[in-house]
Design a protein around this ligand. Structure first.
Ligand SMILES: Nc1ncnc2c1ncn2[C@@H]1O[C@H](COP(=O)(O)OP(=O)(O)OP(=O)(O)O)[C@@H](O)[C@H]1O
Ligand SMILES: [Mg+2]
Length: 311
């Protein structure tokens, strides 16, 4: 089972309008609500890949009930901690004419110490059944800054590998706990590395340093340029085929799901990278965020190139 943790979920509302005109009343064409938050993208993609998923995090109020009802895949088990406060909403207004989004992200409410304690209890209950844990996204207010580090340590006490995908202070505070995988993108590696990360050589040098600091697999995702992974057995480049992109939001989360799927299946690093690149590329071919079509995945998988060089 893949245990996914989304501490700061939201109901993502997608409004499609002809053209965005500020300070006017506007009617929305298409409306679409999804259970959002990076860990939910991971959950959906891992479940679509055929794996059993247990999704955890904080949800609350009427929005929380709506949020849970929007998770419809049968192989995603929900194990959310209920909060007093309402789950936040995030609105993405898509201007059809200019093909551009304007996003409104609610800050969300703080979680209480009592809610945090209940979450930890549930997390410790789920850990023994997990093959791998994914920790994704930002943290709500009210949690200590080393919260991810604590979740990693608890997983390690039971010998469970952890994949971490977050940014800024949460990432800096958590890498000391030595997760098995991190997946910064080009911006995020800049936040945690010294030196120039604008070139591929610089990115690999930074990834090597993080690897030496105790992270078994440092995977830096590079958008259409694929991924660079530094681990014990060498430096790997995963290269995507050229595709007609539809929507790249959630590609990084899909890649995290791919790493989790490869880990659960006991795949080699090379196979795991191939799965992760193929599934994240397939995500870019669908309008939905954190989703893919199996036929796209199956077509792309043999086209992904994985090249290894020595450390
Ligand atoms: N334009 C693209 N064409 C092909 N594959 C892509 C493209 N963009 C992303 N991908 C695939 O998705 C992976 C992750 O993408 P990216 O580096 O953009 O992640 P990210 O910035 O963390 O995304 P997010 O946080 O929105 O989920 C890439 O390594 C690649 O395999
Ligand atoms: Mg990302």
């Amino acid at each position: 089972m893949i245990l996914t943790v989304t501490l700061n979920p939201s109901i993502d509302k997608f409004y499609q309008i002809d053209r965005l005109r500020p300070y006017e009343v506007q009617r929305v064409g298409e409306v679409n609500n999804t259970a959002g938050g990076k860990g939910l993208n991971v959950s959906r993609v891992a479940a679509l890949s055929g794996e059993a998923v247990t999704a955890m995090g904080f949800v609350g109020g009427h929005n929380g009930a709506l949020f849970e009802s929007l998770i419809s895949q049968p192989n995603i088990r929900r194990s959310f901690t209920q909060t007093q406060a309402e789950t936040r909403c995030c609105v993405n207004v898509f201007d059809m004419e200019r093909k551009k989004s304007t996003e409104f992200l609610e800050p969300g409410n703080p979680v209480t110490p009592e809610e945090t304690a209940r979450f930890l209890e549930e997390y410790n209950r789920q850990l023994p059944g997990a093959d791998v844990v994914t920790l994704s996204g930002s943290m709500p207010k009210g949690l200590p800054s080393d919260f991810y580090a604590r979740l990693i340590e608890a997983a390690h006490r039971l010998g469970k590998p952890v994949i971490l995908d977050t940014n800024g202070d949460a990432l800096r505070a958590a890498i000391a706990a030595g997760p098995e995988w991190i997946k910064p993108n080009a911006d995020e590696i800049r936040q945690i590395a010294q030196g120039d990360t604008t070139t591929l050589e610089g990115v690999i040098a930074a990834a090597k340093e993080l690897h030496q600091g105790g992270i078994a697999h440092v995977a830096v995702s590079l958008g259409k340029d694929g991924v660079a992974v530094v681990c014990e057995s060498g430096v790997y480049r995963g290269i995507t085929p050229d595709i007609p992109v539809v929507n790249t939001v959630g590609c990084g989360d899909s890649m995290v799901a791919g790493f989790a799927v490869g880990t659960v299946r006991g795949c080699s690093v090379e196979e795991t990278i191939r799965i992760a690149v193929a599934v994240s590329t397939a995500n870019a071919l669908t309008k939905e965020t954190g989703s893919f079509r199996m036929e796209d995945f199956n077509r792309i998988l043999p086209q992904v190139k994985v090249i290894r060089s020595d450390l």
